[in-house]
Design a protein. Sequence first.
Lengths: 416, 442
Amino acid sequence: MVLTRTFMQLRPIITALRRHKVATLLIVLQVALTLAVASNALLIVATRIVHLSRPTSTDEAHLFVIRNGWKLGQNAAQINANIAADLDTLRHVAGVRDAFSSQGFPLAGYSANIIARLKLEPDQKTHAQLITFYAADEHAIDTLGLTLVSGRNFRPDEIAAIGPSDKMSPPGIIVTRSLADKLFPDGSALGKTVYLPDGPTAIFGIIASLQGPLKNSGAVDGYTALVPARYLDPAGIEYLVRTDSTAMKPVIAATLKALQERSDARIIDQKQDVVTMAQVRKHAYASDHSVAMLMSIVCGLLLLATAGGIVGLSSFWVGQRRRQIGIRRSLGATSGDILRYFHAENFLIVSGGVALGALLAFLANLGLMQLYELPRIPLYAPLLGALVLWLLGQLAVWGPARSAARVPPVVAIRTE
Amino acid sequence: MWRYYVALALRSSARSKALTALVIALLAFGVSACMVSYAVFRATTSDPLPGKSSRLYAVQIDNVGPSYTWHGEPPDMLSYTDAVALWQAHKADRQTLLYPASWQVESDDPTIPAMPMSGDAVTADFFPMFDVPFRFGASWSANEDAQHANVVVISRRLNEKLFGGQNSVGHEIRLDGKAFRVAGVLDDWNPRPRFFDIGELSRDQAFDNVGDIYIPFTRATDMQKNSRYANCPTATGETDTSNWGAYLHGECGRIGAWVGLATPADAERYREYLRNYAKEQQRLGRFAWPPNVRLNSLMDWLAYLNIAPKASSFSMLISGSFLLIVMVNVVGLMLARFMRRAPEIGIRRALGASRADIYQQFLIEGAAIGFTGGLLGLALTLLGLWGIGRLFEPKIARLVHVDAPLVLLTLLLAVIATVVSALYPTWRAAQTRPAWQIKINH
């Protein structure tokens, strides 16, 4: 009933809009531009949020990293002994659950010695699989909080000390599920032999997932391996420590104190060289975060501006048409009819804007894809935007329409 | 006359308060969004050496071939072989080789613990080329470059730490255990972006602080100091530095080269020299590909490396679109505002005002509203810049500042945007016929 009454009004609405071509066009244009800009901006927000919420698959809330530099003049054997003693000390600090040493940690960014290529045959001619890896020992899985889905962990006697000029040829490695499936799509990765640049190695175990050290890793995302190794880099080493509770401050202080008491062969800047995984995450995704925030704010302002414009123009129209409204009222139109008239009119105009805006959104998306690494806009994005704009339009016109509905029939015969 | 028009504008604004407030608020938000984005964009794309940057050029030589280049562009960094060949040829007015590295620093003061510090291995020309300011002492000489001398230039910050800010020229410090004589102490120097060695760093370090230590390139090479990053054309992508001699003369790119050339003609000559050099290497069999060299001026180099944070150009684009939408909005609202005053226009026209008078009146009214919007926009811009630290990383937010041009630009943008938006409504207003309006109302 209400719908048919609304439809009956379509013809007079269109006739009325024809007499206000420019004003109608302006709202259509505004809605179209808003839809085009907002849907692309929100697409950017969405891609950034997807990017920055990728899990490292580690127990981030309980993890912190110590970048431990070595003082000069220590040979490989001394460094090796230092690391072993340090780890033993770390694991005995109250509040520490476990610890291990590595040459990198998730989201640390690019550094030397984190990327390797895996081959399936020693003389494979096709492109080898690019992976990122962490030096690890038998405590790594527990420290990071990983899930071993099949196979086994490393044994203490498999952890090799690797000096700066030594080759990396471990007896076996542990890989992520996604890397295992990439190398052996039939699911038979466990126990298979693969080839590192320096020789063959077996797949000892498979972990559910683990993010590599790279922040924007694209092609190697999730293709991560643990290598049983202890790096004797004379520059330094990173200790990853998992705590029992999330209150890490006292534990961090206690570990630093314990390390310093054990030996002063190290250089640790307490401000820069100790970071929690939460800080690492915040730092790594700072720019993604700022883009997402900025775009959201601008989108919010955009919608507000559009709503403001609709309110402004609609109330102007209502003011202009008081006489016509009065005539319609005196000819028997109810105030509900008037209300529906303005809502229907707004729906029509916004629909025009949405149609044009969807087209513009796709065109703008094509342009942005060239300029930035933006994905193709999904079909539902403009649809969702259209829904929001229809709703926004109806809300915005509600006030002016109500004041129109309150115009008394007597206006028709009154001269001002 | 314009005073009368402003008075008229004020009176009409008082009659339609809500509409006026809406226009002003929209303008203020549109303009301030643009200005905040612009302030960030300006800060991240600014010229680190204004007046001089057009005479400084970064050199690229393709030493890895088509299978290892990215879209055919030569690598960002030079191999040691090419870098030293350029330096020895000395075909430019000024030239420097450089790469970033870090050292363990100790002084004679036993109370100061050893600390790892970063900096660059450079040649003597580095300091005058990039206008690096000295607080004490001076750069080492070209002769000392040739002698692989144990000299060091340290930052003011490091001088504070090690020597309490005293003139330390002639004192010794130890880098990685080797004694170096302090030749000079820099004054505050922190160019943004960190243009000179960003090609040898990762792009997200472009706005990091510069290092504290500068030693001769030749000496750093003797120390077997590797660059922070190296780009080696091998299947494994790994670098084996255990055999230093072989590594040094291999094809790993890790060195930046800058040349100072006074005129574009000089630059063209240097480009020709680079092409000939690459051709010679091709003839010798080292390069199996035709010459692929680049000589980019400083600003072109920064643009090529694309160091400005994506967020800043994104937000320029989006806030520009926002202003456009606001303007469409303002056209509609101004149209409503001016049409409502048709009777007034009719009377003014009947009393002898020409169309030009009407144009003038309404454009001045537009400008007045724009100016008010600009003032509010300025307040919002300041508020936005104050809160910029929440949106951008501290190292970017720190660069953003307010100055007179920014303030003027904000007001100007607001006025121009409003006047442009008022053009069509004004034209419509000027079409009002005098007699008709009077007849209809009375």
